[in-house]
Design a protein around this ligand. Structure first.
Ligand SMILES: [Zn+2]
Length: 297
C-alpha cells in the first residue's frame, strides 16, 4: 500500500494551518458545509456567537460552538496540536507512537495517546460499503509465536477474520478485518454478512464454520485446503503486509481492533484523490465525540 494515496506535505500543512484561528475556520467550514441548522429548534438563520466561529440561532438564541458534536470538543490542549496529531497519524504510513507525538508536540504522553485513540476511532470503518466482486475470506493469528501455528487454536494469540476485494490478478482494492474470539460460524458468519455484499463472488477455505453462508451468496466457493496455497496468494500477501506494518508499531497489545481499523482505513483509501488528511478531519468533525473514559474501557 506504500504511498499510493496523496499525502499532504509538511510544508503544505504549515501553510494551511499556521495558527489556531485557521484550524477553527476549517472546522467551521467542514461542520456547516451543508448549511446551518439549529440543534435546538431547527431554524436555519444564525448570527455569530461570543467566539469568532460559534453560531447563534436568530430564533431561539441557542449558541453552538464550532467544536460541539465533533471529536475536537472540550480539548485540554491547543487545537493546533490536535491538527498536528491528525496530520502525523494520517501521513505516517507506519502509524506513529504516542511517545513520539508527545515528544514532537510537547504534550504529555497520556494526552497524546488519548487523542490518538480518537483519531483512530474516526478511522474505523462505517461498514456502509460492503466488498463487491471477487471476495476472499480467511482468518489469521496475531501473536508473539505466530511462526509454526497453522491451526485455528489461538492459545495466547489473537485471532482475526479478514475479507479482501480482489483487484486484477494479484491485487486487492479493499479489505476489512475483525478480531474474533474463535473461528466459529457464530463469529465468522456475521463478519462476512456485514462486510461482503450478497451479490459478491465469495471464496473461503473448506472450514465448516463457513458452510452456513452457502445459501446467502449467489456465488460461493469453498477451496479445498490442498489448493489453498495457490488460490489464496493475494489474501496472504495482504495479511503479511498487515503483520509487517504491525511489527513496526511499538505497543499494540491491547488495541488490535483499532490497529486493524487503522490499517484497513489506509488500505481502502490508497487511491483516494482528496487526500487522507482531509477525509479523516471531515470524519472527526461529523463524528460523535467519545469521552476519554469510553476509550479506556
Ligand atoms: Zn434555534
Amino acid at each position: 500500500m506504500e504511498a499510493r494515496y496523496k499525502s499532504l506535505s509538511i510544508f503544505e500543512f504549515q501553510e494551511r494551518f499556521p495558527d489556531e484561528r485557521s484550524c477553527y475556520a476549517y472546522l467551521a467550514k467542514l461542520k456547516w458545509q451543508r448549511g446551518f441548522k439549529c440543534k435546538h429548534c431547527g431554524h436555519s438563520r444564525y448570527c455569530s456567537g461570543n467566539q469568532e466561529f460559534d453560531r447563534q440561532c436568530t430564533s431561539c438564541h441557542y449558541v453552538e460552538s464550532v467544536t460541539a458534536g465533533t471529536l475536537f470538543h472540550k480539548m485540554k490542549f491547543s487545537i493546533l496540536k490536535a491538527f498536528w496529531i491528525v496530520y502525523y497519524v494520517s501521513t505516517s504510513k507506519k502509524g506513529i507512537a504516542s511517545t513520539e507525538l508527545s515528544r514532537k508536540l510537547q504534550l504529555r504522553q497520556k494526552t497524546a495517546w488519548l487523542f490518538k485513540q480518537k483519531v483512530m476511532r474516526a478511522m474505523k470503518s462505517s461498514g456502509n460499503q460492503p466488498l463487491e466482486g471477487d471476495v476472499d475470506v480467511d482468518e489469521f493469528v496475531v501473536g508473539q509465536q505466530e511462526e509454526g501455528s497453522t491451526g485455528r487454536q489461538k492459545g495466547q494469540k489473537k485471532l482475526v477474520a479478514i475479507a479482501i476485494e480482489k483487484h486484477g490478478e494479484r491485487g486487492a482494492s479493499r479489505m476489512y478485518a475483525k478480531e474474533i474470539g474463535k473461528a466459529s460460524s457464530s463469529e465468522l458468519a456475521p463478519f462476512v454478512r456485514e462486510k461482503v455484499s450478497p451479490t459478491a463472488s465469495l471464496r473461503t477455505d473448506a472450514w465448516p464454520a463457513y458452510n452456513c453462508l452457502k445459501h446467502e451468496f449467489q456465488n460461493f466457493t469453498q477451496v479445498l485446503s490442498g489448493d489453498k496455497g495457490k488460490n489464496f496468494n493475494t489474501i496472504h500477501r495482504v495479511i503479511m503486509g498487515f503483520k509487517a506494518w504491525l511489527r513496526g508499531i511499538h505497543s499494540h497489545a491491547d488495541h488490535l481492533q483499532a490497529y486493524l481499523d487503522e490499517y484497513a482505513y489506509r488500505y481502502n483509501r490508497s487511491f483516494m484523490k482528496e487526500g487522507i488528511f482531509d477525509n479523516l478531519l471531515n470524519r472527526m468533525v461529523q463524528g460523535v465525540p467519545y469521552g476519554s473514559k469510553q476509550i479506556i474501557s
